[in-house]
Design a protein around this ligand. Structure first.
Ligand code: SF4
Length: 340
């Protein structure tokens, strides 16, 4: 049996709110509040939800770019929190990021060659003659010409700049790429090109991908599995086919109702949620979605719903389903609290 590349167990990221000259902690932002999932080699996972749901923080915590409050992230079975600095540095080579804004994430004073050389210099890879060959290969792979290596970012279009960002992420031959809203700053026609490029790269390099997006329509075409987050929690997770055929959680249904259907004969009813996402500083008791849920019941205000299993890899947390309809998932924390 294959082992997961990454295992996330009961991950929490709580940011302290400090006030006064003594910087006293007066509260916390519960950005990520106990999420568990894994990623298999070669798998693409989409993490979706509205802004403020904790999806980007979860991605950053996975690569240890934001401090983890508790829980564990295992890389090929090893707890990243127990790795030494040099082990973590070496590991970063295998995990790379693609950012939302391809313009601000590229240094405008550096040529594409310098941008692609930078991570190779940091990790001492592809020196001398190999360097030029590698850069030519990367540009060709992402659909740019090796002749463009000495141009600056402002000489490219938005879609081309995102291709440079993808080439930089590929530079060190990673196993996992995390794309934080990788297409949301691009025109719709360019979005499709970048998604197709990511799909091809995943297949050609056997990459695992995590695509973080607020838009289910974006992850629909590329992801094997989708995780839906709301206010720091996973509310539903499933393989692509099962989620689109039979979404269980009212929040997932709302997100799905916003996907445009390119068929005038098929009409879908758009579900509009009332109100804003509650503050992650003081999340609602019970089900966190109850303040906006069209299906809420009395119990939803008081009791947090347990995660339940609907078939092989489809889980959702909602009181609409009883034990007869779906078995509970054992989501007991397996990692020790590090910070109280
Ligand atoms: Fe809605 Fe209740 Fe289900 Fe939460 S638990 S999503 S409030 S029905």
């Amino acid at each position: 049996m294959r082992s997961p590349l990454v295992t996330v167990t009961d991950l929490k990221v709580h940011f302290p709110i400090k006030k006064g000259i003594l910087a006293k902690t007066v509260g916390h932002v519960y950005a990520v509040d106990g999420i568990s999932f894994d990623i298999m080699p070669g798998e693409t996972i989409g993490i979706v939800g509205e802004s403020g749901c904790g999806k980007t923080t979860a991605g950053m915590a996975m690569v240890q770019l934001t401090p983890v409050t508790s829980g564990a992230v295992l890389w090929k079975g090893r707890d990243m929190a127990e790795m030494t600095r040099s082990e973590l540095r070496a590991l970063r080579r295998e995990m790379q990021l693609i950012f939302q804004d391809p313009y601000s994430s590229l240094n405008p004073r550096m040529t594409v060659r310098q941008i692609l050389s930078d991570p190779m210099d940091v990790h001492g890879m592809f020196t001398g003659r190999q360097r030029k060959e590698r850069i030519d290969f990367l540009l060709d792979t992402v659909g740019l010409s090796p002749g463009q290596a000495d141009l600056y970012p402002h000489e490219f279009s938005g879609g081309q700049r995102q291709r440079i960002g993808i080439a930089r992420a590929l530079a060190l031959d990673p196993c996992l790429i995390i794309g934080d809203e990788p297409v949301s700053a691009l025109d719709v026609s360019i979005q499709a090109q970048i998604i197709n490029l990511l799909k091809r790269l995943k297949r050609d390099f056997n990459l695992s991908l995590i695509i973080i997006s607020h838009d289910l329509a974006v992850v629909e075409y590329i992801c094997d599995r989708i995780i839906v987050m709301y206010l720091g929690k996973i509310v539903e997770a499933s393989d692509y086919a099962s989620l689109y055929k039979n979404p269980k959680h009212p929040y997932t249904r709302t997100l799905m109702s916003a996907i445009p259907v390119p068929d005038p004969a098929r009409r879908t009813r758009r579900i509009i949620l009332k109100g804003d996402v509650p503050s992650p500083i003081n999340p609602p008791a019970g089900c966190r979605f109850h303040t906006r849920c069209p299906d809420r019941m009395e119990i939803c205000h008081k009791q947090e719903p347990a995660m339940r299993r609907f078939g092989d890899r489809h889980t959702a947390a909602c009181h609409l389903y009883t034990e007869e309809q779906a078995e509970p998932v054992d989501n007991k924390p397996k990692a020790k609290e590090k910070i109280s």
